[in-house]
Design a protein around this ligand. Structure first.
Ligand code: UDP
Length: 311
């Protein structure tokens, strides 16, 4: 039985990946320092003999166990969470990736790095394909995360070139679904929670900025396909959906789906907030046979159902 190490295993994406890897027949070791993850996301796995959870930091974690695959997903990922302690975010991206790469090298393991659409910054091309080098502010409030993920990508490719480590780099676009943290300030969770509580829906700026939101099941499918792909498929490769909409459209849609009495309240736009974002998915479709399936209305309905249970 092969073993997958998942860092950030109690987080939104990490916990769904634990479920998926167990269902694929792997043994899973999940680590998380719980700085932004929540043990509740993996409590249903406590009785699974193939699952082990260890409260540990990705920067210092080590194990004598043979590791076959590493999914490096440990990092605060919402703007509110990663800006709370920016030095820690940078350390996690750099030192965490370095530690996991050393482990991959020792174990001859495949390592998949969770990179991000944030490496494109505030893009001046649309859609963004993997050859676009981005428009990132290197000293802004988002740069701890943007530059952190860029150096993590850089480390991956240097370890592949220098030591032949088997790497895979996924650039993950905005993702939503059950187990999002209701307090991490992301737009989908904010709007749904605000609408359920009949509180004002907080649209930043004029709401004209766009995003392309991917339902978590589609994202997990793309990550799994990449992880299990042939060794020469290394990326970077965009994973997400290419249905692009404005934040105002999202506010109106959530309002209609929940039938709330909430009004829209406009607030100032945070600095360096990207004005548009849409992945070019050609590479993922051609090399992985990736095809997202869940429509945004279905995905929002499932996510609203989840938040109804917890707020
Ligand atoms: N946003 C908003 N209201 C909120 C939270 C976010 O209008 O309550 C906007 C935010 O300014 C950004 C978009 O929604 O333009 C997506 O924000 P999120 O934090 O979810 O992700 P990211 O900025 O990392 O794409």
């Amino acid at each position: 039985m092969k073993t997958v190490l998942i860092t950030g295993s109690a987080g939104f994406l990490g916990s769904h990946l634990c479920d998926k890897m167990l269902s694929c027949g792997f043994k899973v070791i999940g680590i998380d320092n719980l700085c932004s993850g929540n043990e509740r996301n993996i409590s249903h796995l406590n009785a699974d003999k193939n699952f082990t959870f260890i409260k540990e930091d990705v920067i210092s974690f080590d194990t004598g166990e043979k590791i076959d695959y590493i999914l490096n997903f440990a990092c605060p990922a919402s703007p509110v969470a990663y800006q709370r302690d920016p030095l820690f975010t940078s350390d996690t991206c750099y030192l965490g990736a370095r530690n996991m790469l050393e482990m991959a090298k020792r174990n001859n393991a495949v390592i998949l790095q969770a990179s991000t659409s944030e490496v494109y910054g505030d893009p001046d091309v649309s859609p963004q394909n993997e050859n676009y080098c981005g428009n990132v502010n290197p000293h802004g409030i988002r740069s701890c995360y943007d530059e952190g993920k860029r150096i993590a990508e850089s480390l991956m490719f240097d370890y592949a070139r220098l030591f032949g480590v088997k790497i895979k780099v996924a650039r993950i676009f905005n993702t939503y679904g059950p187990r999002m943290d209701k307090n991490d300030g992301r737009v989908v969770s904010n709007f749904i929670v605000q609408a359920l509580q009949n509180k004002p829906i907080t649209v930043y700026g004029r709401g004209e900025q766009t995003r392309s939101f991917c339902y978590v099941d589609d994202l997990v499918d793309g990550i799994t396909k990449l992880l299990l792909s042939k060794d020469d498929i290394i990326g970077p490769i965009n994973i997400g959906t290419d249905f692009e909409f404005s934040i105002s459209w999202l506010a109106n849609t959530v309002t209609e789906l929940i039938k709330t009495s909430s009004e829209i309240e406009y607030k100032s736009l945070p600095s360096d907030d990207p004005q548009k974002r849409r992945p070019d998915l050609t590479l993922a479709k051609q090399t992985l046979g990736y095809m997202p399936k869940v429509s945004v209305l279905d995905g929002l309905a499932k996510t609203i159902e989840y938040f109804r249970q917890i707020v």
